[in-house]
Design a protein around this ligand. Sequence first.
Ligand SMILES: [Zn+2]
Length: 83
Amino acid sequence: MEQAGFGAEEELLATVRRDLDNVESALAKLEEGTYGLCEACGEPLGAERLSSSPAERFCAGHERPPGHPSLDRDSGRAQDVHR
Ligand SMILES: [Zn+2]
C-alpha cells in the first residue's frame, strides 16, 4: 500500500536540510562566540527568540532581507513570522 503524500515527504526533507544548515551554522557560531547575534546587525537576538528558534540567524528586523519581495512570495516559506 502506497503512502499518500510522497511529494510532501520530499518537501519535508528539503525543510529539514535547510534547518540542518541553520543548526550547523549556529554550532559554528557557538564555537566562534557569536551565537545568538544577528548576522546583519550584530545585535543579540534575545533569549525569547532563541528559545523558540535556537538556530535563528537574524533579529526580527532583519529576518527578511528588504528588497527581495519576489523571494518571499514565490517560495511561500512556512516560517511562523507574525510580526
Ligand atoms: Zn539585526
